[in-house]
Design a binder for this molecule. Structure first.
Ligand code: PGA
Length: 243
């Protein structure tokens, strides 16, 4: 497992998906052990499924608890009911919340079915601030470099906001829906500044389809055309990647 370290950025190339998942779960366990009332930033998608399995396994082992913690998810689709199996609310219930002791009132996701989207974005951003801020944020990366649903061109100073999903993202996410046409067109997402305000970030990227995005993240300069590139300005990032 070659580890390349620089002052701000830790790159860890993993042998396989299981190793990536276990390493990420170990970082979250450590976070909760050192600060039981941690504010955790969570993500959905295919990358973190093994991570949640590993985290739940560690939780069941009994070393730590989520009782005093709280969580904020990166994003949620607009116009998808929470109970719908394609919502990120449902995803979180399935992969994490139903298996751990995080109190219901402390599980936060943007409300995508709201009548007033802009007020919801503001409420969500304020709720993160009032929690004291995110201690540890989990991220995936889109093939186009998006983080959360912050598509290329998003301002680095963005806060929680509503976005129109890029074609590449709707194509990537079509596997969760009946067809690409039924993938929602909009989502509420933490902004790039919201993400950058987290104290620590762990980014997961696994598989051939992520190789190009990881290469760009490693070797290209910082640009709003590739949102993840701003992470290189963050003081504490671990990228777990492999194929
Ligand atoms: P994935 O998505 O984990 O499903 O690959 C990551 C992302 O788009 O941020």
């Amino acid at each position: 497992m070659p580890v390349i370290t620089s002052k701000q950025f830790r790159w860890i190339e993993v042998e396989n998906y299981g190793e990536m998942s276990r390493l990420a779960a170990a970082i979250f366990e450590q976070q909760l052990l050192s600060k039981p009332n941690s504010v955790l930033g969570l993500a959905t998608g295919s990358s973190p499924i093994g991570f949640y399995e590993a985290l739940v396994a560690r939780f069941k082992h009994g070393n730590f608890s989520f009782q005093e913690a709280q969580s904020f998810n990166l994003d949620e689709y607009v116009g998808v009911a929470e109970a719908n199996e394609t919502s990120y609310h449902s995803y979180m219930e399935r992969h994490l919340f139903s298996h751990i002791d995080l109190p219901v009132a402390k599980r936060h996701l943007p409300i995508g079915m709201t009548k007033n989207i802009h007020a919801e974005c503001e409420r969500y951003e304020q709720a993160i601030i009032q929690s004291g801020g995110i201690d540890l944020q989990l991220l995936g990366i889109g093939v186009n470099g998006h983080i959360g649903f912050n598509e290329p061109g998003t301002s680095f100073t963005s806060k929680t906001h509503v976005v129109e999903l890029a074609e590449a993202t709707r194509e990537e996410n079509a596997k969760y829906f009946l067809s690409k046409e039924t993938v929602p067109t909009h989502a509420i997402t933490m902004g790039i500044e919201t993400i950058m305000n987290a104290n620590q970030i762990v980014l997961l990227a696994f598989g051939d389809h992520k190789t190009e995005a990881i290469k760009r993240l490693r070797f290209e300069g910082i640009s709003e055309n590739f949102p993840a590139s701003i992470l290189k300005e963050h003081p504490h990032v671990t990228v777990l990647f492999g194929k």
